[in-house]
Design a protein around this ligand. Structure first.
Ligand SMILES: [Zn+2]
Ligand SMILES: [Zn+2]
Length: 153
């Protein structure tokens, strides 16, 4: 994924929707591009602040709203109060499995799920916006015994 592509896409989106294309908004985007994981808004704000950015918390929050609107990032709660974000622009669609004990989020890619989401949306006559699957469970580190049970069958 090219940084310039996503910047150009963001700029076009801002202009079309009458948002001001301020340098701070592009700083927020830039900071997100360097994160490879799921993050929450305060984490992003603190990371930028530690890197010497003068951007305000409010700008981080409202830029995240716009970036979510135009699908550069997605926002998900993963079963918790705190919303977490991740960069999706230019990324392959992937699904999540979340440990409800330690909060770990793991990702997987499965074309069958993508196809299922598309088919279901088509059948129900919806325009598909997100076909991302979230699965909740307890990971093996936190004491899931399902793998052991299965092997004795
Ligand atoms: Zn766990
Ligand atoms: Zn993810």
């Amino acid at each position: 994924m090219h940084t310039q592509d996503v910047q150009k896409y963001f700029r076009t989106y801002l202009e079309r929707n009458k948002y001001r294309a301020t340098p701070e908004r592009f700083d927020v985007l830039q900071a997100i591009l360097s994160i490879k994981d799921h993050f929450d808004a305060d984490e992003l704000f603190l990371r930028m602040k530690n890197d010497g950015s003068k951007v305000s918390r409010a700008t981080v929050y409202n830029t995240l709203d716009i970036l979510t609107e135009c699908a550069i990032v997605t926002r998900d709660h993963f079963g918790e109060k705190l919303a977490r974000y991740e960069l999706i622009y230019g990324n392959e669609p992937h699904h999540h499995i979340v440990c409800q004990s330690c909060g770990k989020i793991e990702e997987f890619i499965d074309k069958r799920v993508d196809r299922l989401a598309r088919d279901a949306a088509q059948t129900m006559e919806y325009e598909l916006q997100s076909g991302v699957l979230h699965i909740y469970g307890i990971c093996s580190d936190c004491g899931s015994t399902s793998s052991r049970k299965e092997s004795t069958k």
